[in-house]
Write a protein that binds this ligand. Structure first.
Ligand SMILES: N[C@@H](CCC(=O)N[C@@H](CS)C(=O)NCC(=O)O)C(=O)O
Length: 269
């Protein structure tokens, strides 16, 4: 009994040391309000991984500096470096972390279930993650963009991935057609998510997975934009939202200053 206890204490200590050594090489380049950064912070928190935090000042275009573009040529946050090697794209970073630090697992075991999780990840990237930019910019970021003046013209010229999106932002933000399109995409997402959650507690089954973590920041953002009525009648989503935001990882990933209110417009970007 004593031997077994000693053994497990030693094993735990060895694992902790090992974990610490490996996690010691993790550096996250991110921004407090960035939904894509929040996805990765949730994953790191669920895994209990320590990392060095480098917060970029998006407003000062630090994400478009030559140094940053050298590790992420897309000029967006987040980027994770592991022992100096960059990994880009939030879902890719989450999958990488889950492979390299498999405990606790955030992907199902069975290949078919893993494929289902990845299908969610692709859908979440392509549909709601893109759609949420439109109401976010119109409701929160527009005054900041106006204040930037010539600096904003510079962003539009230099942003490797977002030039064309930013060119569509007029004096009043995105036009009504674009807002409507984005809101439809977000509603479609909620219908699809609700259907999945009526059958099981988490998006891909009985256990929390990366799909849930990658969805959450969009839901939080809509909540912050005062749009929680979008899922008010969808009880399964309300229940999922209450469960996932009561996990300790939520408070760690959404540290003070990570959420938006209208009054935050001056501080963000
Ligand atoms: N596919 C990328 C998208 C990252 C992304 O769009 N990041 C936004 C913040 S959520 C950003 O850096 N925006 C600054 C800009 O576009 O100028 C990912 O998932 O990491």
């Amino acid at each position: 009994m004593g031997e077994a206890a000693d053994g497990s204490v030693l094993a735990k200590a060895a694992e902790a040391a090992n974990q610490g050594r490996r996690a010691g090489g993790l550096v996250l380049f991110h921004a407090a309000h960035s939904t894509c950064s929040q996805k990765v912070r949730l994953c790191l928190a669920e895994k209990g991984l320590a990392y060095e935090s480098r917060v970029l000042e998006i407003r000062r275009n630090e994400h478009l500096s030559a140094e940053y573009l050298a590790i992420n040529p897309n000029g967006v946050v987040p980027t994770l470096t592991h022992d100096g090697a960059p990994v880009v794209d939030s879902s890719v970073i989450c999958e990488y972390l889950d492979e390299v630090f498999p405990t606790p697992p955030l992907s199902p075991q069975a290949p078919l279930d893993r494929a289902r999780m990845r299908t969610w990840l692709r859908y979440l990237e392509e549909v709601p993650t893109a759609a949420i930019r439109v109401p976010s910019i119109n409701a929160i970021f527009l005054p900041v963009i106006r204040d930037l003046g010539e600096a904003w013209e510079d962003v539009k010229r230099r942003a490797p991935l977002r030039r064309h999106l930013y060119e569509r932002i007029g004096e009043q933000g995105f036009d009504q057609r674009e807002v409507q399109h984005s809101m439809e995409q977000l509603s479609d997402t909620f219908r699809r998510v609700d259907q999945a959650l009526q059958a099981q507690p988490w998006l891909v089954g009985d256990d929390l997975s990366l799909a849930d973590l990658v969805l959450l920041p969009t839901v939080v953002r809509l909540d912050d934009l005062g749009l929680s009525s979008m899922w008010a009648d969808l009880a399964a989503i309300g229940d999922w939202y209450a469960r996932i935001t009561s996990r300790p990882s939520f408070a760690r990933a959404f540290f003070a200053g990570s959420r938006l209110g209208r009054a935050d417009a001056e501080r963000v970007f």
